[in-house]
Design a protein around this ligand. Structure first.
Ligand SMILES: [Zn+2]
Length: 143
């Protein structure tokens, strides 16, 4: 597999958040979780991730979260269901690198301060939901 110089720079640019994802992923594995490699993204699931993601302060918790080139999911089903949406976030990390998370939270704060929804009106989420909607109807834990 040959990686272009542009892709290599994007991987390095996003690597601070990928390192945090790797750390959380390793903890997931040590607590009974698993991992898989898909399209340049290391996906972790299960273990400590399930209770952690359930506590993310959005409606019903998060099914999956992307950190750089890692995605953390409650379980394999959630990773599969959210993979296209999370791929949009991977591309956002490749554009914004270490700035992504601070800018993401500033956007959520701005949305909330201006009377909009902090999560769904965040422009990064709007882009992800527009390009890759996530359907919740097949997940009984979110209904
Ligand atoms: Zn999202």
């Amino acid at each position: 597999m040959r990686i272009s110089a542009k892709k290599m720079l994007a991987i390095v640019w996003a690597s601070p958040w990928s390192c945090l994802g790797l750390l959380l992923g390793l903890i997931a594995i040590l607590t009974g979780g698993g991992l898989q490699w898909r399209h340049g993204v290391l996906e972790f699931h299960g273990g400590i991730l399930r209770p952690l993601l359930q506590r993310v302060p959005i409606l019903g918790g998060a099914s999956a979260v992307t950190l750089g080139h890692t995605t953390l999911g409650r379980n394999l089903h959630d990773l599969q269901r959210c993979k296209d949406h999370e791929c949009v976030h991977v591309a956002q990390y490749e554009r914004w690198g270490p700035l992504f998370v601070p800018v993401y939270f500033l956007c959520s704060l701005w949305a909330w301060l201006t009377g909009r929804r902090a999560y769904r009106d965040n422009p990064f989420e709007r882009e992800a939901y527009t390009k890759a909607p996530v359907h919740y109807h097949d997940d009984p834990s979110l209904s």
